[in-house]
Design a protein. Sequence first.
Lengths: 240, 349
Amino acid sequence: MILEAENLTKFFGGLAALKEVSFGIAEGEILGLIGPNGAGKTTLFNVLSGAFRSDQGRVVFAGEDVSRLGAPRRCRTGLVRTFQVVKPFSNLSVLQNVMVGSFLRTPDPGLARERALEVMELVGLGARQDQPAKSLTVSDRKRLEVARALATRPRLLLLDEVMAGLTPTELVEMLETLKKIRDRGVTLLVIEHIMAAILTISERILVLHHGEKIADGAPKAVAGDKRVIDAYLGEEYLLA
Amino acid sequence: MSTPMQREGTMFSTYRFIPTSSLYTLVGLAAVVSVLAFNVADKFYLHVLIMMLFYAAVSSAWNIVGGFAGQLSLGHAAFFGIGAYTSSLLFINFGISPWIGMLIGGVLATLVAGAIGWPSFRLRGPFFTLVTIAFAEVLRILTLYAHDLTRGSIGISVPFRPAVGNFIFRQLSAYAVVALIFLMLTVMVNLWIESSRLGYYLAALREDEDAAQALGIDTARYKLVATLVSAFLTALGGTFYAQYILFIEPFAIFSLDFSVLLAMMAIIGGIGTVWGPVAGAFLVTPLQEGLQAKLGGELHGLHLVVYGAALIVVVILLPQGIVPSIAGRVKRAFGHHEARPAPPVKGES
C-alpha cells in the first residue's frame, strides 16, 4: 500500500464532511473516486494532501505517518494534488509554471527547464511553452495543472476533475495521458464525474456519499451496486 | 532546442544569470553615470544624479519583497533607519568606520526582519501591509523615546571629517560613484534572484500561494529569505544616506512617506521586474527634486500636487509600469511573446 487512510473524519462546524473514511491504494494502481456533489471528495483530497488537517484518523504515505505534515512537506515526500478550480500562475509562461514544479527536485534552472519540457511534451503542452498561462484554454489549463504536479515527480498523484469541461476528443487524449503517467510508475487517485471515463480508466472505484464510503471495489461491481445507484448514478444510468 | 527564450543566452559562465540585454544596460549605465559624475559641475544636478542612483538602489531592494514576492511592505523605512542609525551611532560614539558600521547595520536589519517577518507572513494582503507600517512607526517612536542613545528628535549630526575610511567625501562625484556601485550591487542581486529557483518560487507564491504550497514550496520560508535580503540591502542604503546628508532624525528617517516612495517608484517603473524600480526612480527623483527646488519655496506643498498629478497620468497610461509596457511593445514588434527572460540552459555558454 502506498497510501493508507484510516478513519478520516473532518468537521466543518457541526457538519461532518468526512465520516470515518478508510481505504488503501496499492502502488501503481489507478483508483477512481466518485460521488454526488458535496459528498466530500475534494475535502478528502484536502485532507490527504495536507491543505486541511483531519479531526480524527491518520494518513500513512509510503509507510510514514504524514498526518501532521503541511502541504509542502507532503509534496516533497511524493504526495501531490491538483486543484478542481485550476490555479495557474497566470502571469508566468506555461514553461515557467511547470518549472516551478520541477524545481522541487533540482535547484538548477537548466535542468528544471529540461525536465519541465519533457513533462509538457507528455501532457501535450509542448507547443504552448512561451504563452502566458492566463491565455490558455480550459483544456490546456487542465493539462497545465497536471504537468505542474507531475513535474514535482510524485509517487501518488491526486487528480481533481481534470477531465471536466473537455471535448470528447480531448477526453480521450487525457485518458491516454493518464495511462502514460501510470506506466511511468505514478499511482493515481482520480476524482471524476464523467462515468464513461472513470469506468474505463480505474482499476478500482471508491464511492463517497454524505462524507461516508458507501462502496469500494471493481468498476463493474460498483456500477451495479444498489446503494451507489440510489445515491449517485440513478436509474437512468442503469437502463442506458 | 532553440527558442526565443534561450536567445539571450549568457556570455560568461560566472555571469550566467545576467541576460545579455541586462549586461549591456548595466555597462551602459555605469559608463554614462561615470562620465556625468566627473563632468557635471553644477552641484544641484550632481545631487539629483546621486539621489536618482540612491533611490533606484533602495527601490530595487524593496522590489525583492514587494515585487518578486508580491508582499506589499510599506515599512521599509524601518530597515533603512536601522542602517542609518547603526552606522552613525557606531561612528560618532566609537569611531568605527561607517563602512564597517554599514555591514553591522545590514546584519542588524536582517535579524530584525527575521524576528518581525516570521510571525507576520502568516498574514496575507492588507493585513501584512498594516503590520509593516506599524513596525516602522514603532521604531520611530522607540528612537524618539531612547533619547540618551539616539538624541531623540534633535537627531544626529555626523561630523564632517572627509576621508575614504570615514565614508565622507569632499567631492560629490565620489558619492555618485559609491551610489552607482550600490545600485549595481542591488541590480545584480535582483538579476540573480529572477533567474534562480528563488525567483521562480517567489513568483509562484505571489501568483497563488495555495498552488505554490501544493507544489512543495514552503511559502513562509521563501518570503522570509526575500525579506532578509531586501532588509540587508535597504539598510546599506540607510548608511549611504546618513553619510551623504550627514544628518539623520527620526521623522525623516522612519517616515511612511519614504516607504511609500520606494513602493511607488517600483510600481511606476514596473513592479516585480529587475529594471522597473530603476526606471521608476530615474523618472520620479528628478521630478521630485526639481519640483521641490522650483516650487517648494513659492507655495509650500505645491510640488506634491504636480508630482501626484504626474503619477496619476503614468499609472493610467501605463498600468503595468514603464518597463513592461515598453518591453511588451518591443517584443511585439519583433514577434516575441514571453513574460520575462528565462534562465540560461545548462551547458550553453
